[in-house]
Design a protein around this ligand. Structure first.
Ligand SMILES: CCCCCCCC/C=C\CCCCC/C=C/C(=O)SCCNC(=O)CCNC(=O)[C@H](O)C(C)(C)COP(=O)(O)OP(=O)(O)OC[C@H]1O[C@@H](n2cnc3c(N)ncnc32)[C@H](O)[C@@H]1OP(=O)(O)O
Ligand SMILES: Cc1cc2nc3c(=O)[nH]c(=O)nc-3n(C[C@H](O)[C@H](O)[C@H](O)COP(=O)(O)OP(=O)(O)OC[C@H]3O[C@@H](n4cnc5c(N)ncnc54)[C@H](O)[C@@H]3O)c2cc1C
Length: 699
């Protein structure tokens, strides 16, 4: 061993003790039963010598009756699937950053095939299979097959069409994708150039561009195109189109299909074969148009059914709803890494040579980290509520009640936008919270960021979606005088007159700890911003022109409304019975942190609309600091409660046992650059340069 290596080994050894210090933060009397998972909080003298949870193979489940009723009832499923994936070498993912695109993609195919094999062998239920795919943690064609192709047929196909196509899709005898976006049109769905002409005399070309799973895998797609019959246009509809032969996987005549190329980051979303597709007079049978909304008869006549045509956008509503829950997962993952590492990392501290300060104890670290922790919980709760809302609207649609569809659209669009933007920013913040090591691939954060950021764009650009919310809000405000009572998430607008006048009652910092006070401040801010926009809009002769001109303000108003939804759903959650000693109090603290931090970040809105005074703002800020101190002792327990395995986290910094430094050192040596001591290229490039310097020096 060279002396340099010897030094490094000593250096690592000297930090092992610090590395284990994560357990300092697990000394607390509170026991958590989050997501149905019991996190034992041990007082072990500030040292945890636990191996990874996969190694222990322990299941930390409490008895059923102890589980939190208000979490989805699938904790056992989730926990079992996480362990199954973590213990299977095929699902290894620590080498992703080193693989070429081809290797990466083939590896994804291998994992998807293996997952499917296990699903069949173990006779997994739909829920178990979906959890398994989640924990495999690799974007793949299967996401689009199960997440969009199948729902599109379910939502937009007739009974007959569902009976024909769904069994094939469920058995994966066909693999499908969702082909809507084109090279030239994504947000503007009505502007799609792909046409489906019933009279087969078209010679137009258009390129579909982006669909996941399309490039190399899908045999079928639901393609969105403008329907033309008898020379007339009938809007955009979905069509099931076979793309590849089921015998040899070759594209069918008239179809050109391929991958669109590398995307942002290494590894990351490059496991997915986002594709380009060109049709050249491809003919499909009439009954492959999804006809729940509109039927085309044998003679080419269009018959509109009684369901609204917006149902054609239904798959997007479904996926946007799942993306909100997904945001909570991605955020909680990043926060888990940053929190655990912040408890391990020490910088500066006493001058007397004593132990340095854990960075989690710095107020700046807390004020950056704890609001993200609070957001992870907030998004989980609002995601659960949104799931309920979606189920509710689906049931109503089945009973021909379409009244809640506009609200479901506004809520899914707005919350998708709010939560994905916040999560993308938060992952990057977590990287910075981990200092230099956060930039290492082995921290897990760079890849998480690269995989996650497109969520701000796919399923609707976030600004475009907020503008949809703003339209909905302006419509609601415009109807206030007409006697139509706003309901659901806009019910507060019925109190617009009061809210426009109301004055916040806070006089001392503790007054901010009343849910009703917080709610009223958020409601007043949202109403005032919406009404101000509506008043400005009314000054325009042409409302569309006004909407374009005021769109930046409208987006702000939509954000205020969506933040109110998240805050109010968090508060509602806390009104339920929450078992587990101290759990409710901790969640209450997180709820206040979520709300008061938003208030702090958007102070301009609250002050300029006169909802609160500068003095009240300053009291809220004082209170935030004291709330951070209350979270601090339980911060590790609160992230342990997410119940992530080390495999799923994929982060040396976020290891459950806190053994960060030796593992970082170990990881470094795995890099292919370290395969040889003298690098490839030394003879060609380094040596001649050095020799040249030597010659010059001698001259
Ligand atoms: C193992 C399981 C795997 C699960 C997988 C899911 C998990 C998710 C996590 C990761 C998956 C990652 C995969 C990502 C894949 C990505 C796929 C895609 O991106 S697909 C393409 C998505 N495209 C878009 O989102 C386009 C965005 N554009 C639009 O939605 C629309 O065009 C528009 C912006 C809404 C505008 O449309 P249009 O011009 O028609 O509308 P308007 O004239 O403004 O409105 C007309 C009325 O219609 C109402 N409306 C609009 N949209 C909807 C809707 N979706 N539902 C209901 N109603 C809607 C609108 O409000 C207007 O109403 P009125 O004002 O007239 O009352
Ligand atoms: C990783 C990934 C996976 C995808 N998977 C699929 C898939 O499986 N199937 C599929 O069909 N599609 C898919 N897409 C495409 C995706 O749905 C679109 O890219 C998305 O809807 C945004 O549309 P766009 O690209 O046309 O953006 P654009 O609309 O061109 O946006 C560009 C900019 O213009 C702004 N803008 C646009 N319109 C307005 C407006 N009216 N007012 C104000 N500002 C506006 C936007 O805010 C944005 O800043 C995927 C995309 C990505 C990145």
């Amino acid at each position: 061993m060279s002396s340099a290596q010897g030094f490094l080994n000593d250096w690592v050894e000297s930090r092992v003790g610090l590395g284990s210090n994560i357990s300092n933060s697990r000394n607390t009397s509170v026991s958590y039963n989050i997501k149905g998972c019991w996190i034992p909080l041990t007082d072990n003298g500030g040292r945890r010598s636990l191996g990874s949870r996969e190694e222990q193979g322990s299941v930390r489940c409490r008895r059923d009756e102890d589980r939190l009723g208000w979490f989805p009832p699938h904790f056992d499923v989730s926990d079992r699937m996480a362990r199954l994936v973590a213990s299977d070498p095929v699902f290894r993912k620590d080498n992703r950053a080193m693989l070429s695109r081809k290797e990466l993609f083939k590896n994804t195919l291998r994992k998807a095939a293996h997952a499917w094999k296990r699903i069949i062998e173990l006779r997994l239920s739909e829920e178990e299979a979906s959890e398994m795919r989640f924990y495999v943690d690799e974007p793949a064609f299967t996401d689009l097959h199960w997440g969009m192709f199948v729902p599109a047929i379910k939502g937009q196909g007739t009974e007959e069409q569902q009976q024909k196509w769904l069994p094939l899709a469920y058995k994966m005898q066909i693999i499908g994708c969702y082909a809507q976006t084109e090279l030239g049109h994504g947000s503007n769905v009505q502007g799609l150039e792909t046409t489906a002409t019933f009279d087969p005399e078209s010679d137009e070309f258009s390129f579909i561009w982006w669909p996941g799973g399309l490039g190399k895998v899908s045999t079928h797609a639901v393609v969105y195109a403008r329907l033309i019959t008898e020379g007339q246009e009938h809007g955009v509809h979905g069509f099931i189109v076979q793309l590849r032969s089921l015998d040899d996987h070759m594209p069918l005549p008239g179809i050109t299909v391929g991958d669109i190329g590398m995307k942002f980051g290494t590894g990351a979303y490059n496991t997915m074969d986002n594709g380009v597709l060109r049709f050249d007079n491809v003919r499909i049978p009439r009954n492959q148009m999804l006809m729940r909304v509109m039927r085309v008869t044998r003679e080419g006549k269009c018959v509109q059914s009684n369901v609204p045509r917006q149902l054609i956008y239904g798959t997007m509503v479904y996926v946007r709803q799942t993306i909100v829950s997904d945001a909570s997962s991605a955020l909680s993952r990043a926060v888990c890494i940053a929190t655990r590492y912040s408890a391990v990392r020490r910088q500066f501290g006493p001058q007397d040579g004593g132990v340095e300060t854990q960075v989690i104890d710095y107020k700046t670290q807390q004020s950056r980290l704890f609001p993200l922790l609070a957001s992870a919980y907030a998004f989980r709760f609002v995601g659960e509520w949104l799931k309920w809302l979606y189920l509710d609207v689906t049931q109503r649609l089945q009973a021909n009640d379409f009244s809640t569809l506009p609200e479901a659209h506004a809520c899914t669009a707005g919350l998708k936008s709010l939560t994905t933007s916040a999560t993308a920013d938060a992952i990057e913040e977590c990287r910075k919270l981990c200092g230099g090591h956060g930039y290492l691939s082995s921290s897990g954060l760079p890849e998480l960021f690269a995989v996650y950021v497109p969520a701000c764009t796919y399923e609707g650009d976030n600004v475009v979606l907020l503008l949809q919310v703003a339209r909905f809000l302006m419509k609601t405000v415009s109807q206030l005088g007409s006697g139509k009572k706003p309901v659901g998430t806009t019910a507060y607008m019925a109190r617009a007159e009061d809210l426009l006048q109301s004055r916040c009652s806070v006089q001392k910092a503790e007054d901010w700890l009343k849910p009703s006070v917080i709610l009223e401040a958020f409601e007043a801010r949202a109403v005032r911003m919406c009404v101000a926009c509506a008043q400005s809009l009314s000054k325009f002769q042409n409302p569309e022109e006004g909407f374009l001109e005021l769109s930046a303000d409208l987006v702000e108003a939509a954000i205020a409304h969506c933040q109110l939804i998240v805050v109010s759903k968090f508060i509602e959650k806390l009104q339920q019975d929450i078992p587990g000693k101290g759990v409710k109090q901790q969640l209450q603290i997180l709820c206040y942190i979520y709300a008061l931090n938003l208030l702090h970040k958007h102070l301009g809105d609250f002050l300029s609309t006169g909802c609160i005074t500068p003095k009240q703002a300053s009291l809220a800020n004082d209170h935030l600091r004291s709330l951070y101190s209350k979270v601090r002792p339980n911060a590790i327990a609160l992230v342990d409660a997410f119940n992530y395995t080390d495999h799923f986290l994929g982060s040396v910094l976020g290891r459950y046992d806190g053994n960060v430094y030796p593992k970082l050192y170990e990881e470094a040596w795995k890099d292919p650059l370290n395969d040889s001591v003298v690098p490839d290229g030394y003879q060609e490039y380094i040596r001649p340069m050095l020799k040249q310097q030597l010659r010059n020096a001698r001259l």
